[in-house]
Write a protein that binds this ligand. Structure first.
Ligand SMILES: NC(=O)c1ccc[n+]([C@@H]2O[C@H](COP(=O)([O-])OP(=O)(O)OC[C@H]3O[C@@H](n4cnc5c(N)ncnc54)[C@H](O)[C@@H]3O)[C@@H](O)[C@H]2O)c1
Length: 439
């Protein structure tokens, strides 16, 4: 195992490492997962079902109350069943009180915030989690940061906070690692076991212990060790790569519209080239990762990250451009009812964070249009001030429907949209009608 140059090696760690490795083997290691959200809860469940004694800690009392009542608060396939298994094994305890633990795994949010017109990482949740851990951390403990963070956060910010508040010394008394999460909502439990993991370690101790620990939950996935900075950057680069590629597709959709050609046909034909694989355009880019993480690179390298910034701006602009198209279709008649099909940020999930579809609905509403939404994955009657109706009702009430997401529930009932005026953002209906030779 090779660790990059920014990781200091300590040979004295052998004495401490062996007991931790034994504890992992014997499932005697105690784990506390901090933050019971989309990432933390499935992670805690997965370690609990691998035989570890896991505490699931969150500062949100409502979340802990619900978990203690036996219900998960996140829409995710098989999560409820896996949670019940962990609880029945007696291996998972949801709690709002932090305590001592061999390993702390931080899974708190890392959104961005606006600062002097710049988007920068809001690290307040990570900082507060680090301060809390400082009260309980003991010699030999390991703190693993799973939250997505800007480069130089794991050791330089999180590690420093723990050092300053606990009086312990990083890499001598306690250890840190960054183990970024790459799961896809909708497939989280599967991907937790089968995706490869990158582990950025602060030294050999954290490298070996973290590797051994994650290997206990991995089926097909492999562990790759590097330094913390490379691991931090790796996660950001993965999402930035996708953001840039989607920006290209979204830019093409705007150009194709000006040319009065169908962008989905254009892309399908271009992709017949053996080395071209253009992604599909959509309503923009949303979610807690792709729409956020590239800004963390721009924040640190504003002069150098020019392509990354432009891609972000293109994807952020797409909902505004779609609003203009909707207004044209509605002939700027504000008495017309506009139905937005899909409010979450991607198909088949309930997550609204940075959702471009929701942004479209809200811009239209702020302009005085009569906007209805249909988000079948959210049961509430109102989603962020947008009335949320079942599909049959919105189809009946809307003068113009905007298809923004390929939710399964829409795809199965596309015939309901027949004879309706539909603006198809994702190329499902329009493209089918055009047809491409050889398709
Ligand atoms: N959701 C995803 O698909 C995904 C994928 C990869 C990486 N990530 C990253 O994982 C991290 C967590 O994301 P998420 O989607 O799970 O967030 P989330 O908002 O679903 O959950 C975060 C939880 O942390 C809790 N929390 C906040 N501060 C806390 C503290 N000091 N102590 C204890 N609990 C605290 C919140 O109450 C919340 O329940 C983020 O950095 C995100 O970028 C998320």
């Amino acid at each position: 195992m090779k660790i990059k140059s920014n990781v200091k090696l300590y040979f004295s760690i052998h004495e401490r490492r062996e007991p931790m490795l034994d504890k992992i083997n014997n499932r005697k290691l105690s784990i506390t997962v901090i933050g019971m959200g989309y990432i933390g809860l499935p992670t805690a469940i997965t370690f609990a079902n691998a035989g570890f004694s896991v505490k699931g800690f969150d500062i949100n009392n409502e979340v802990i109350k619900m978990l203690k009542n036996g219900k998960v608060h996140i829409v995710e396939p098989d999560l409820q069943e896996a949670f019940e298994e962990a609880i029945n094994l007696g291996n998972l305890v949801p709690t709002n009180e932090l305590d001592k633990s061999d390993v702390f795994i931080i899974c708190v949010p890392t959104p961005f915030k606006e600062n002097e017109n710049k988007k920068i990482a809001d690290l307040s949740y990570v900082e507060s989690a680090a301060k809390m851990i400082s009260e309980y951390i003991e010699k030999g403990n390991l703190v693993i940061l799973e939250s997505t963070v800007p480069p130089m956060t794991t050791e330089e910010i999180m590690g420093k906070i723990i050092e300053e508040n606990s009086g312990l010394k990083l890499n001598e008394d306690f250890y840190v690692a960054h183990c970024p999460e790459r799961v896809l909502p909708g497939k989280i439990l599967y991907e937790l076991r089968n995706n490869d993991r990158i582990i950025g370690a602060s030294n050999n101790y954290s490298a070996e212990v973290t590797k051994k620990l994650y290997e206990t939950i991995l089926d097909k996935g492999k562990v790759y060790i590097t330094g913390t900075r490379t691991a931090e950057m790796c996660k950001l680069v993965e999402n930035t790569y996708r953001d840039i590629n989607i920006a290209f597709a979204n830019e093409l959709s705007i150009i194709a519209d000006k040319m009065d050609i169908n962008v989905f046909e254009l892309i399908e034909l271009a992709n017949k080239h053996p080395r071209v694989n253009i992604l599909k355009p959509g309503a923009g880019v949303g979610g807690h990762c792709l729409a956020v993480d590239p800004w963390f690179i721009v924040e640190k390298f504003p002069q150098e990250a020019r392509l990354i910034k432009t891609a972000r701006e293109i994807n952020d602009f797409k909902p505004e451009w779609i609003v203009k198209k909707i207004e044209e279709e509605a002939e700027h008649d504000k008495s017309k009812v506009i139905g937005i099909l899909g409010l979450s940020y991607k198909p088949n999930i309930d997550d609204l964070r940075e959702s471009p579809s929701l942004k479209i609905a809200k811009i239209l509403k702020s302009k005085g249009y009569n906007v209805l939404g249909c988000e079948p994955y959210i049961e509430k009657k109102e989603v962020d001030s947008i009335e949320n109706l079942p599909l049959n009702e919105i189809v009946e009430k809307a003068d113009l429907l905007v298809l923004t997401l390929a939710h399964n529930q829409f795809m199965e009932k596309l015939e309901m949209l027949k004879n309706k005026k539909v603006l198809d953002i994702i190329g499902i209906i329009e493209f089918e009608n055009i047809g491409v030779e050889g398709k």
